[in-house]
Design a protein around this ligand. Structure first.
Ligand code: MN
Length: 702
């Protein structure tokens, strides 16, 4: 059986003329949707009401058990009974139409069952528990996922929070979003009864959120119809103009698309290639786009040819014949079979030129590819597959949990409030092109076009990316601001210091919400008390207070001239650490790293912070801990490595080995703080040493 016979949602092999007169590619869906709307809903006519749904469902799933659909319909119909839509129709027409849309696209029985019930919990006495008891946990989960949050409880945040809830639910089961998209499509089809302001508001959310989601989930059939409905509401003038163009083109005598289609059929017949050649009229938005691009439209601009074949290999066979026997426009050739788009779409795209100069675009795909192109995850996702525990590498690794969805779920958790979530979601979805970069370990990262190394760092490491110190792009050292291209190999260099800090400047290069939110959050939690190290500073004065006192790289405190500065032994700050100070006895100010636990403790105790900043003296003292596997000569090798770096050892402690592991703690005097990373690297290179880090606690442990 061909896809044409099993999938009434796809344009059947009707004559080009008949299809073009209809003017809209999605006409079959709409016709059937209307049939469901008009269908009788009285109990004695029950089989008729659900009949269209059952028929469409059986066409895709011949063995489907229709009993859950009947039961769901009975419950939905009886509980919605008496409720009317704004249009005056019985409410049940809505869930029926939504379910029919999904059935047409090939959704499986559980989705359809939940779709019939999708508004019951929100609008009727039916409870989620009842849904679970009668239809099982999966149906309950789906119904819950699409149920709106109460405006009374959430106020203005109700809509953003509802979407957030829906996205989270979609992360575990993509069918939630399938139902939501079909629900929105039917609501958009019947939006005419609403006040114009409300129509516009709903159309805008549809444009910003639902349409990009439909595209990313590959549900082309829903996406194109939603686009046209939004177009008609938001740009009525241009919509009317486009309609005129389409109508007047259809009334023209000649049809270049039909002529080329005939030619193509002949060529393929000759070559012995079995294929269906169809004409796909462009939807309104597509015609509008083409007319903006090309100015005046010619007949061939109003549609494209679609060549459907049985086997993948036949696609290339067809391509070869077209390129040999017709005049190909090679610049239009794209291979989305070898290099599929992020949303599962696969096809060959090419174009052929007619003798009169008109260019006809041709799409070549198998029936299976066509089904996926139209219905996306609704047709493809295996909803019963357990959610993958592994992080998603490629965009195609798991069609039901694509990479972009994982990223979206990552940052939504960190979004501090509904407004930020809502505006960031729209922004994220507006970034429609994606790139794939490779990690040295062979994994991949999917990022929006324009993403930088900062974005890659946060995509890979989450908040641990705060410790990123640089990157290699295609083997070369690169700054974190480097914008990545599709196919780049990116190795992120991570600092070993767990208290490393992101730079405010990173925000300028952060393109993705996950990076921006993480950096902004960190900066908000760490208001910087220190100005940059290049700030001019007064001469530091040594303190007489204790062994840590020394000619410090820290400034004399701006608002306390002459104060003695002591770098805290607990966190041994060095430039350019962000630092803060506290006055202690005797006019001494101790300087801590802002991330030091002592800072939190003192602030918690109500101690006032003192503004401090680094001076231009770069000599510094630091305490390093080297974790190693015990072996002979380790101490000698380590101290030699330190000495070779020109660093003086102030003190050293070696703890007794435990389980073959030894910890050496060195307090060191560096001539230049900037030398610290090189020193730590040199120490790490000593055989047996597996980690070198800055001390978090007093060098002499209590
Ligand atoms: Mn609904």
């Amino acid at each position: 059986m061909s896809a044409e016979a099993t999938n009434p949602a796809t344009p059947g092999p009707m004559t080009p003329g008949a299809q073009r007169r209809r003017g809209r590619p999605r006409i079959d869906l709409r016709r059937l949707g209307r049939a469901a709307l008009l269908g009788p809903t009285a109990r004695d006519r029950l089989p008729d009401a659900i009949g269209h749904v059952a028929e469409a469902h059986r066409a895709h799933h011949p063995d489907a058990d229709l009993d859950p659909l009947r039961r769901a319909y009975v419950l939905a119909e009886s509980s919605h009974r008496g409720q009317m839509r704004k249009s005056g129709e019985p409410y049940i027409t809505h869930p029926l139409a939504v379910t029919l849309i999904l059935a047409e696209l090939g959704a499986e029985t559980t989705t359809l069952t939940a779709s019939l019930l999708h508004d019951t919990v929100e609008d009727t006495e039916v409870t989620l528990d009842q849904v679970r008891e009668e239809f099982g946990e999966e149906v309950r989960y789906l119904v819950d996922g699409v149920t709106k949050l109460e405006k009374v409880d959430y106020g203005a945040a109700a809509e953003p929070e509802t979407f957030r809830k829906m996205l989270v639910a979609t992360g575990s089961d993509v069918r939630v979003m399938s139902i939501k998209l079909a629900d929105r499509l039917h609501n958009m089809r019947t939006l005419g009864v609403m006040r114009p302001e409300k129509q516009e508001r709903i159309a805008k959310v549809t444009k910003d959120v639902l349409i990009p989601l439909a595209e990313r989930l590959g549900v082309q059939a829903l996406k194109t119809e939603l686009e046209d409905l939004v177009f008609a509401i938001l740009h009525p003038g241009e919509y009317a103009h486009t309609r005129e163009l389409i109508v007047s083109n259809a009334s023209r005598g000649d049809d270049p698309l039909a002529e080329v289609a005939e030619e193509v059929r002949a060529v393929l017949r000759e070559a012995g290639l079995q294929a269906e050649v169809l004409i796909r009229p462009r939807h309104f938005v597509s015609v509008h786009r083409v007319s903006r691009k090309r100015g005046e439209l010619r007949g061939a601009d109003f549609g494209r040819l679609l060549v459907l074949v049985n086997e993948d290999a036949d696609c290339y066979g067809v391509l070869g014949e077209l390129h040999t026997c017709l005049t190909p426009v090679v610049s239009e050739f794209k291979d989305f079979i070898a290099v599929p788009k992020f949303n599962l779409y696969q096809s060959l795209h090419t174009a052929v030129a007619r003798p009169d100069g008109q260019v006809v675009e041709v799409l070549i795909r198998t029936h299976q590819m066509h089904k996926v192109a139209e219905a996306g995850v609704i047709a493809l996702g295996n909803p019963y597959a357990p959610p993958s525990e592994e992080p998603v590498d490629g965009e195609r690794a798991d069609p039901t949990r694509p990479g972009w969805l994982s990223r979206l779920l990552d940052w939504q958790e960190a979004a501090p409030d509904p407004d930020t979530f809502w505006s960031t979601l729209r922004e994220d979805l507006a970034q429609d092109r994606e790139i794939t970069v490779f990690r040295p370990d062979g994994g991949t990262l999917g990022l929006p076009a324009g993403a930088s190394c900062v974005d890659a760092a946060y995509a890979q490491y989450g908040e641990d990316a705060h410790a990123c110190i640089g990157a290699r792009v295609n083997g070369r050292l690169a700054t974190l601001s480097t914008v990545l291209s599709d196919g780049d190999t990116v190795q992120l260099l991570m600092g070993q210091d767990p208290t490393s800090e992101p730079s405010r400047e990173w925000l300028e290069h952060a393109h993705t919400p996950v990076a921006r939110i993480a950096i902004t959050r960190w900066l908000a939690a760490h208001p910087s008390p220190a100005t940059p190290p290049e700030a001019p500073a007064a001469t530091p004065r040594p303190s007489a207070d204790g062994p840590a006192a020394r000619p410090a790289a820290a400034d004399v405190v701006v608002d306390q001239p002459g104060a003695t500065v002591r770098l805290a032994g607990c966190c041994t700050p060095v430039p350019p650490d962000a630092v803060t100070g506290f006055s202690v006895r005797g006019g001494v100010v101790t300087v801590h790293r802002v991330a030091c636990a002592a800072v939190a403790r003192m602030k918690g105790a109500g101690r006032a912070e003192v503004d401090v900043r680094w001076g231009d003296t770069t000599e510094c003292r630091v305490t390093l801990v080297a974790e190693s596997f015990g072996r002979p000569h380790l101490l000698a090798d380590l101290t030699e490595a330190i000495a070779l770096e020109g660093v003086a050892i102030v003190s050293a402690t070696v703890e007794p080995p435990s389980q073959q592991r030894v910890r050496h703690t060195y307090t060191l005097q560096l001539p230049d703080a900037a030398h610290l990373p090189a020193l730590m690297r040199a120490m790490r290179n000593v055989p047996g040493v597996f980690d070198v880090s800055r001390a978090q606690h007093p060098a002499t442990a209590p």
